[in-house]
Design a protein around this ligand. Structure first.
Ligand code: KIV
Ligand code: ZN
Length: 420
């Protein structure tokens, strides 16, 4: 009988013990270099992958999925290079490679990751009827047999094996229970639930995890993980519900890059848990000062910029957490509030993700308070009547121009000085 959805106690893994990680925290598995690189046009060369992998280690991710070694010689060499270097840092993340549930993929994957202090093989097979019938052309019995055989082959090479049932969220739950039970029996140490086509909703995700926890044999001995795409914009919300129901690994990418509409965005998930830590710590019965992931938030912005620059995937201005406007305020009412107390319109501090500070953007919606404060920053202290006239000139200009720059302000103030 399941005691309660939140009542999971995870035994420390070898990696937790060696790196002194708290086993109860949610593990962040970053797949920017594998699923993220599958975004159209985002191809990275080996040097770029190494740079990103080093930055991911600095960010504090627990697992780096470095690539799909059988996909190409370049991918194999990149995964091997990351395993050899980043996989052997002082406080190394687990280095993982992806493999279909076939022998050649799994052997090739192990050859690439085995150089890391903590290697992982991530093997997968599709379990939805539509995938089994049209893509794999295999019966349910054949998929069950392949799961047992290939997970146990992977375990014969590596003691850390993650198993994914591709398209899990569109699979028959009863069949899914049996597939995952066979994977656990064959030695899988992490069971990953991919929402391959971004189809599930948050409450359905909660039900699915509870169903798995009640029906998969031996599931209490493994870590439950989720992987999700953002086709309906629900990937991060789905993950939060998964965590509330016992999931302890989330598979994300930086800036949410990935196939089609992308993957769950690492920075959104991590900051949601951080900003709402009182809520999550309360749910999980943990002291409120405990952080919920091992991520070093101050590296978030830098990591986002690096991934955007190297992949060429631009970040939309209104993107949560790392978009150019995420800490910018334009309206007068908001700017006035922020100048009085930042908490009126900000739920997180720009500094917490590694930005210097928030930004008050001067435009047609801005008020006198923000206008005066920016002039003071530029070194201009105007008398009340000068300020009133300059503010009228500023508003007239703001009606014609989207952004008012510091040069514009200096020219307004210059006119004011001339007029006196
Ligand atoms: O989306 C997906 O199903 C995947 C798996 C290979 C984990 O990326
Ligand atoms: Zn995926």
């Amino acid at each position: 009988v399941l005691k309660g959805p939140l009542d999971v106690q995870i035994r420390p893994t070898k990696h937790d013990l060696a790196t002194k990680r708290d086993p109860q925290r949610v593990r962040v598995f970053d797949t920017t270099l594998r699923d993220g690189e599958q975004s159209p046009g985002a191809t990275l060369n080996m040097e770029e992958k190494l740079l990103i992998a080093k930055q991911l280690a600095k960010l504090g991710v627990d697992v780096i999925e470095a690539g799909f070694p059988v996909a190409s010689e370049g991918d194999f060499l990149a995964v091997k290079a990351i395993a050899e270097s980043v996989g052997n840092l002082d406080d190394p993340p687990i280095i993982c490679g992806l493999a279909r549930a076939v022998k050649n993929d799994i052997s090739r994957c192990y050859e690439a990751v085995k150089h890391a202090a903590f290697p992982r093989i991530h093997t997968f097979i599709a379990t939805s009827d539509i995938h089994m019938e049209h893509k794999l052309k295999k019966t349910r019995e054949e998929v069950l047999a392949m799961t047992s055989e290939m997970v146990s082959f992977a375990r014969s090479l590596c003691d850390d094996v993650e198993f994914s049932a591709e398209d899990a969220t569109r699979s028959d739950p009863e069949f899914l229970y049996e597939v995952y039970s066979r994977a656990v029996e064959a030695g899988a140490t992490t069971l990953n639930i991919p929402d391959t086509v971004g189809f599930i909703t948050p409450s359905e995700m909660g039900n699915l995890i509870r169903g798995l926890r009640n029906n998969v044999r031996g599931i209490e001995n493994v870590i439950i993980s989720v992987h999700g795409h953002d086709d309906l914009g629900m990937a991060v919300s789905n993950f939060l519900t998964a965590i509330e129901n016992g999931c302890r690994q989330v598979e994300c990418t930086i800036n949410g890059i990935g196939e089609r509409a992308g993957n769950a965005a690492l920075e959104e998930l991590v900051m949601a848990m951080y900003v709402r830590r009182a809520y999550y710590n309360g749910l999980l019965n943990r002291p409120a000062d405990k952080l919920m992931t091992n991520i070093n938030h101050a590296e978030i912005y830098q990591t986002s910029r690096m991934v955007s620059n190297l992949t060429g995937m631009l970040v939309q201005p209104n993107k949560a957490i790392v978009g150019a406007n995420a800490f910018a305020h334009e309206s007068g009412i908001h700017q006035d509030g922020i100048l009085k107390n930042r908490l009126t319109y900000e739920i997180m501090d720009a500094k917490s993700i590694g930005l210097n500070k928030n930004q008050l953007v001067l435009g047609k919606h801005s008020g006198r308070h923000a206008f005066r404060s920016r002039l003071l920053e530029l070194g201009y202290e105007l008398a009340e009547d000068e300020l009133n006239r300059a503010f009228i000139t500023f508003k007239a200009l703001a009606d014609k121009k989207k952004d008012i720059s510091d040069l514009d302000l200096e020219s307004i103030v210059g006119d004011e000085v001339k007029n006196i």
